[in-house]
Design a protein around this ligand. Structure first.
Ligand SMILES: [Zn+2]
Length: 162
């Protein structure tokens, strides 16, 4: 396993639409291990998408505090409810956070690392992380959801980064 440097804007890999994983082979297992290690390398990171480590494939990992690590391959959001305004940051846009609207609850589906089809019903931070990481797979960043650049702020203290 290895900690991989995080790609930051304006790296073009962050704006590509990531490709679906066709076979969950040893290279995908290695990618997942490296993503988990990279996510856990710094406290406060709650999620990571493969494009952030330079790999344009549809793989995300999420590790919210007091929760088990989640690995989702070819994830999709199939249901969203509610809306709330929240502060969000991103490892690929270091030093900033912004206020955006996210769905309160989402249901996501995808495959786990063993290829098993799974569905996750999530609220609040987990729902936020799923939306944020799946956006990454579509080349979208949270700043694309900002009403205006006035809503982007410089970080003065440690914030949760996704
Ligand atoms: Zn991010």
């Amino acid at each position: 396993m290895a900690v991989i440097p995080i790609r930051v804007l304006p790296d073009p890999v962050l704006r590509q639409k990531a490709k679906r994983v066709r076979a969950i082979d040893s290279s995908i297992q290695k990618l997942i291990d490296n993503m988990l290690e990279t996510m856990h390398a710094v406290p406060g990171r709650v999620g990571l998408a493969a494009p952030q480590v330079g790999i344009p494939l549809r793989v995300i990992v999420i590790g919210i505090p007091d929760g088990e690590d989640i690995v989702l391959i070819n994830p999709e959001i199939v249901r969203r409810t509610g809306e709330r305004l929240i502060n969000e940051g991103c490892l690929s846009i270091p030093g900033y956070f912004g206020q955006i609207n996210r769905s309160v609850s989402v249901t996501a589906k995808g495959r786990d690392r063993n290829g098993k089809q799974i569905r996750i019903k999530a609220n609040e931070l987990l729902a936020q992380a799923l939306q944020h990481e799946i956006d990454h797979l579509n080349g979208m960043l949270y700043i694309d959801h900002l009403e205006s650049m006035d809503k982007l702020h410089k970080i003065e203290q440690e914030e949760t980064e996704l």
